[in-house]
Design a protein around this ligand. Structure first.
Ligand code: NAI
Length: 344
């Protein structure tokens, strides 16, 4: 029989958690492998979490072996295979980005240290909570005993948003649109890029570059498309009255599935924000930056060798600058040992 996959989810009683947990427990991500869930929350949400646990029992998922609810990150992370960090301090009205970074750096310092102390060195960690890239950087810096390759931050939702916008513009179905890329930060500064590597997959398998399909529509591809994707999250909040949760949960599940279960199809990439230890595409080392990634056997690989236009390079520099500022704002709040390791 397959071994049990143990998955920890922080912020499990929140909006995204509520939509994500069934995708993990139902077999959508891990097929018919048995699943154990460790649900982590802060004390005030523990009662709601107990209610979710009741509902999970009532779903009678055939693969779900156990659901553990806890407020202790160490209990949640010990010996798990996958950690999804959704819990964070939300942006309140009037709050500066700096304050948001400060509140979340404290949380992610704690998460990173707990991962360092009790998780297996093979654990894979997906960071969803905002500011996602910098939270991920903080966690992996604090978790020095775990390879940085085992971490990523979620830009898969932005990737899917970009695919969907291109598909609507061309009047085709979304699953034909491949290799759009989200570069940089999961924020308004990101660069959604359809033209560098994007293609339309025909019935016969031929790949038609989006740069040629959108040749008469370059104004759209370099302006409206970019801002629509950058501001999609904000727009959903305006219309729904709450932050994207269903789509964020779906993207989180699909990111984990692609990264750890199926891998990417031949020649295809997805967007993942990963630790840039190589200086890919001239981007400063030591940032968690979203790149086009191929996934195979549970690892991601940044696709290299793409030739970026001058326009694209300018956009990369903007989002790189924001990430450097975020890193600077987080720096002083890291534990001393992490500062020495990561910022000497
Ligand atoms: P939510 O506020 O509904 O849920 C967050 C949950 O985290 C709450 O239940 C809260 O009690 C819990 N929490 C707070 N601090 C915690 C801690 N230290 N340990 C464990 N749990 C903790 O928020 P929602 O809508 O579920 O969003 C979660 C996060 O995901 C937010 O930071 C949001 O900005 C981010 N997000 C990221 C997206 C992405 O594409 N990367 C897309 C959409 C949202």
């Amino acid at each position: 029989a397959d071994s049990v996959v143990k998955i920890a989810v922080s912020g499990a009683a929140g909006n995204i958690g509520y939509a994500l947990i069934p995708l993990l427990a139902s077999g959508y991500v891990f097929g018919d492998r048995p699943v154990e869930l460790r649900l982590l929350e802060i004390p005030h949400a523990l009662k709601a979490l107990a209610g979710i646990r009741m509902e999970l029992i009532d779903c009678a998922f055939p693969c779900l072996t156990d659901v553990i609810c806890t407020t202790d990150p160490r209990e949640a992370f010990e010996n798990v295979d996958v950690i999804v960090l959704v819990g964070g301090f939300p942006r309140k009205q009037g709050m500066e980005r700096k304050d948001l970074i400060e509140a979340n750096t404290k949380i992610f310092t704690t998460m990173g240290r707990a991962i360092n102390d009790v998780a297996s060195t093979n654990v894979k960690v997906l960071v969803v909570a905002n500011p996602a890239n910098t939270n991920c950087l903080v966690a992996l810096t604090e978790a020095a005993s775990i390879p940085s390759k085992n971490f990523c931050a979620l830009t898969y939702l932005d990737h899917q948003r970009a695919k969907a916008q291109v598909a609507i513009q061309l009047g085709v179905s979304t699953n034909r649109i491949k290799n759009v890329t989200i570069w940089g930060n999961h924020s308004n500064s990101q660069f959604p890029d359809a033209l560098t590597d994007g293609y339309y997959l025909q019935d016969d398998g031929e790949k038609v570059p989006l740069a040629s399909l959108l040749a008469h529509d370059l104004d759209w591809a370099t302006a409206d498309f970019v801002t629509t994707v950058q501001e999609r999250g904000k727009h959903v909040i305006e219309v729904r009255g709450a932050s994207s949760a269903l789509s964020a949960a779906q993207a989180s599940a699909d990111c984990i599935k692609t990264w750890l279960v199926t891998g990417t199809q031949d020649g295809e990439t997805v967007s993942m924000a990963v630790y840039n230890d190589e200086g890919y595409y001239g981007v400063q080392k030591g940032l968690v930056f979203s790149f086009p990634c191929e996934c195979k056997d549970g690892d991601w690989y940044v696709k290299t060798g793409l030739s970026l236009s001058e326009f694209a390079m300018e956009k990369l520099v903007i989002t790189e600058k924001e990430l450097m500022e975020e890193r600077e704002a987080a720096k002083d709040l890291l534990s001393k040992s992490a500062r020495i390791r990561g910022y000497s």
